[in-house]
Structure formats: structure tokens, C-alpha cells
Design a protein around this ligand. Structure first.
Ligand code: A3P
Length: 316
């Protein structure tokens, strides 16, 4: 059951009602909290997460902007961590073959929104979870503990196009009433649900440079071009111990777009919130933006990329 307003504490209600509010793409109201624009639902989840989540040193937190490779990263890291419990080679019964990755790795603010009293302490160690929360807004214990963060970022043009198609599928009417030109403009400005995405990327980028043992920065593009090398980098960062080349190859294959998107569970399945699992799999390509963005819209995003990331050392 979803939270109703009546389940919110007075403090949360007061906070939400004091925040800047705007109409946004797909939503009639989004709220600006600690610099980012959120739907009320996710904002509630974030506020509860900030208050209740207690990180352990052994935790692993996967962080992404939406549509930047979350599903894929969840599958890869889940398979890596559980390779002894669920060996790939012997299995026609690996959990990833019958379960969507989102059900194997809990989404912190989503779980807290749906179940404010959810107790994460029961998850097997090391606990693997994911979030879209910005570095600035992470629960204090995630920052102060020795838990590890793997951040995956994607070329903003591909991320925008992925979001655009995702939104069209989830809310065809609202999207039809919102031209893509306007969506690109608000995406670039940052007044977009989940945005500004630029700051999100930069915060984790700088955190990874300042503290490389705490935050590992990977990109969707590198994962795609050299999956096995990136998996080894992730495994080393997480202290997974020795992994056979063969094992890395098999995990990469199991988690590939072709393999996951072809499974019954990801073609016909639904998440408990009713979302169809197939919406998480579309093209899975680098540079797929060119079939959706006109040259001038692509140039608008490129200008913003240049302006925001200039001098950061991050190149798209
Ligand atoms: P496209 O819409 O460009 O195809 P998220 O998981 O963060 O919601 O991101 C979804 C994007 O990742 C979609 O991009 C989806 O197709 C792609 N994707 C999902 N699973 C993938 C996989 N195993 N390998 C590569 N890309 C994947």
C-alpha cells in the first residue's frame, strides 16, 4: 500500500509545504529539496531514508541518475557478490534468470516511501542497495561509515532520450502534451524531475577523486565497451577477492542487454508497484540518442555539457 498524506509526520508535511514547487514534465507538482526537484513520493522516501537509514561499514550502495544503467549495474554487482552462492556455470536456476534485478537489489528511497518502517538490518551481509539520492543529500551514516559507493553515469544525451521514451511509455498523455523541445530546455536548466542531473554527476565525480576508496566512478559507456575490465575494477574496489576470467565472462554474458531483455521475467513480468519490467529494457546502446534528438536539440545538450563539465576532467 502506498503512503497517504495521513501517514506523514507533521514535521514532514510542514517541510514539504515550505519547499519551492513547480509543475514539471510528467508531474503536476515537483518540489525542490536540497537543490534537486522531486515528486512528492520520492521526496517522502528520501526524507525517511535520511532519518532512518543506518549504514554499515560492509554496505555497498549503487548510485545512478535514472536511466543511466541502474538495472544493469544491479544485475552485475548482484551476480559478482553472490557468485559462490549462485554459481553461473552450473545454473539454469540463477536468481537473475527468474527475477528482475530491481527485485534483487532494494531501492532505498522507493522502499522507504512504500514502507516507512522497513528494516534493512535483515538483509544478508554485505547489504547491496541502490539509490538516486545526490551526494549532498545522502544519509549521514553513508558518508561517515566505510561503506562503498559505486556510481554509474551515462552520456547525458542518451540518458535524456532514455528518460523521454520511458516517460512516454509510463504516461503517454502527459508526454504528448509536453513537446520534446521543452523537455530538453528544462532538462538542461535542471528543472526536471530528479534534476539537475549535472550536479548529481559532478558531486559524485569529485567525491570519487577525493576519496577513491569510498566512491568508484564508472560509466555506462565503459561498461558497454569493456564490460569485463570494468567488472574487474568494480570487483577489486569492492574487495571481492580472486575471480576466474571465465567467471567474469559468464557474469558479463548473463547480465548483457541481449540476455536479460530476452528473459520471460523481463518481457512479461511486473514489479509489485505494477510497473512492467520490460520498460527497463529498450535499446541498450551507446549513441542511440541520434534517432530521437534533432541536431539543434543535441547541440543544446552539448552546450550544457560543455558549460557544466568544463574543467572538471569529465568528458562525454
Ligand atoms: P535505453 O533506453 O537507452 O535503451 P536504468 O536501468 O537506469 O533505468 O536505465 C535504463 C537504460 O539502460 C535503458 O537504456 C535500457 O535499455 C538500458 N539497459 C537495461 N539493461 C541493460 C543491460 N543489461 N545492458 C545495457 N543496457 C541496459
Amino acid at each position: 500500500a502506498y503512503l497517504g498524506d495521513e501517514d506523514l509526520t507533521q514535521e514532514t508535511r510542514d517541510l514539504i509545504s515550505s519547499l519551492p514547487k513547480e509543475k514539471g514534465w510528467l508531474v503536476s507538482e515537483m518540489y525542490q529539496y536540497q537543490g534537486r526537484w522531486h515528486t512528492q513520493a520520492l521526496l517522502q522516501g528520501i526524507l525517511i531514508c535520511q532519518k532512518r537509514f543506518e549504514a554499515k561499514d560492509s554496505d555497498i550502495i549503487l548510485v545512478t541518475n535514472p536511466k543511466s544503467g541502474t538495472t544493469w549495474l544491479k544485475a552485475l554487482v548482484f551476480a559478482l557478490l553472490n557468485r559462490h552462492k549462485f554459481p553461473i556455470s552450473s545454473s539454469g536456476n540463477h536468481p537473475l534468470l527468474v527475477t528482475n534485478p530491481h527485485l534483487l537489489v532494494p531501492f532505498l528511497e522507493g522502499v522507504y516511501y512504500e514502507s516507512p518502517d522497513f528494516d534493512f538490518s535483515g538483509l544478508p551481509s554485505p547489504r547491496l542497495m541502490n539509490t538516486h539520492i545526490s551526494h549532498l543529500s545522502l544519509p549521514e551514516s553513508i558518508k561517515s561509515s566505510s561503506c562503498k559507493i559505486v556510481y554509474c553515469c551515462r552520456n547525458p544525451k542518451d540518458m535524456f532520450v532514455s528518460l523521454w521514451h520511458f516517460g512516454k511509455k509510463l504516461a503517454p498523455e502527459e508526454t504528448a502534451a509536453y513537446p520534446i523541445e521543452k523537455a530538453v530546455e528544462t532538462f538542461c536548466e535542471g528543472k526536471f524531475i530528479g534534476g539537475p542531473f549535472w550536479d548529481h554527476i559532478l558531486e559524485y565525480w569529485y567525491a570519487s577523486r577525493e576519496n577513491p576508496n569510498k566512491v568508484l566512478f564508472v560509466t555506462y559507456e565503459d561498461l558497454k565497451k569493456q564490460t569485463e575490465a570494468e567488472m574487474k575494477r568494480i570487483a577489486e574496489f569492492l574487495g571481492c577477492g580472486f575471480i576466474e576470467e571465465e567467471e567474469v565472462r559468464e557474469i558479463a554474458k548473463l547480465c548483457s542487454f541481449e540476455s536479460l531483455s530476452d528473459l520471460e521475467v523481463n518481457r512479461q513480468g511486473k514489479l509489485p508497484n505494477g510497473m512492467e519490467t520490460k520498460t527497463f529494457f529498450r535499446k541498450g546502446e551507446i549513441g542511440g540518442w541520434s534517432d530521437t534528438l534533432s541536431e539543434s536539440l543535441a547541440a543544446e545538450i552539448d552546450r550544457t555539457i560543455e558549460e557544466k563539465f568544463h574543467g572538471s576532467g569529465l568528458i562525454f
